[in-house]
Design a protein around this ligand. Structure first.
Ligand SMILES: [Zn+2]
Length: 339
């Protein structure tokens, strides 16, 4: 797979390609950025481009993805490349233990067998135990000339500062929702609204976007739309029960996001935005009906209240009370259908 197949990240990719082309490669790189946005994929591509039998160094270095070396890298059997990731085991918090670092030490001590360098990719490097991180630091302080390390982390704050200082930092930012939407449209047989929906829900986390179960997430979307605009029972008791359930669900940020998605659509319909931007495509009629009897001010007030709830959560607000206030306000704002 060539670099051009990676969504976004044009800045780090240009930079890495330039490093290969000019043969100015560092001994250690640290790739940082949010989870599931393509850091590992770029690292794999970087490794392939460095080793590919068909790489043309005088043009733009890239991997063919087809040669024997590229295949060996894809299937993790290339003898010069070691892939390390946390030991899933039985624990809730998988770690990279010192034994794995010993494996790294053993790997890098010998000269490469096929390629020009011994490469070690450490995914979720922030999961190194303190002992393991200190042992790795020793290797990084005096790395053999023929080796190259790539550490990947979405929580660089949890990395040993001395370890970080030994690496060249490469920052990754999330691809735009537009880029993710376009990629999904090119790759899968999705409708534009579904592709847009997936990129909104995953917020540029391409790894998640590609594996998301559309059916499950759509059910969740419908559930929250109903909760917002079409509850079976408009009584205060019912609304309080919803507030309690949400605050105790253990998925408060997700709940706020879904409530946000419904109100966002209402605002878009009320401001006559292009229909393709609406996430609740199946519920356009209901959104239009609501938009016809609410003012923009009322919708913005509800959105603002959700925003305050989100901030409140970060400040340890009593979320049950917060959701109760939101639902009371919602009940006062949204007209109850006459029977
Ligand atoms: Zn190749």
């Amino acid at each position: 797979m060539p670099f051009t197949d990676i969504i976004g990240h044009s800045v780090p990719i240009t930079w890495l390609r330039h490093a290969i082309q000019s043969q100015h490669l560092a001994h250690a790189y640290l790739f940082v950025g949010d989870e599931a946005i393509g850091k590992r994929m770029t690292a794999m591509q970087f490794i392939q481009a460095m080793n590919c039998e068909n790489t043309m160094l005088n043009s733009r270095p890239d991997a063919c993805g087809q040669c024997r070396t590229c295949q060996q890298i894809t299937t993790s059997i290339h003898p010069d490349i070691l892939f390390i990731q946390p030991d899933e085991g039985q624990t809730q918090h998988p770690q990279i233990k010192i034994e794995r670092v010993r494996e790294i030490e053993h790997h890098v001590i010998y000269k490469p067998l096929i390629g020009l360098r011994k490469i070690c990719l450490i995914d979720q490097a922030d999961r190194l135990t303190i002992g393991a991180a200190n042992a790795l630091l020793k290797t990084l302080e005096e790395p053999p000339d023929h080796c190259l390390f790539i550490l990947i982390s979405s929580r660089p704050i949890a990395l040993l500062p001395t370890l970080k200082s030994r690496c060249l930092l490469v920052r990754f930012s999330s691809p735009s929702q537009e880029d993710v939407t376009q990629h999904l449209l090119d790759r899968d047989k999705l409708t534009e609204s579904d592709a847009r929906f997936i990129s909104f829900v995953t917020n540029g986390r391409i790894g998640e976007a590609l594996t998301l179960d559309l059916k499950t997430v759509k059910a969740k979307q419908k559930e929250f739309f109903t909760l917002l605009f079409e509850p079976s029972d408009h009584s205060l008791t019912n609304r309080f029960a919803a507030a309690e359930a949400l605050s105790k669900s253990g998925q408060i940020p997700e709940g706020i996001l879904w409530l946000w998605a419904g109100l966002r659509d209402l605002l878009l319909v009320a401001t006559q935005a292009p229909p393709t931007l609406i996430l609740n495509q199946e519920r356009l009629a209901k959104l239009q009906e609501l938009a016809d009897c609410l003012t923009l001010h009322q919708i913005l007030n509800l959105l603002d209240e959700l925003y305050q709830l989100e901030l409140g959560q970060q400040r340890n607000l009593n979320m049950q009370v917060g959701f109760e206030q939101f639902f009371i306000h919602l009940r006062e704002t949204i007209p109850v259908p006459s029977r």
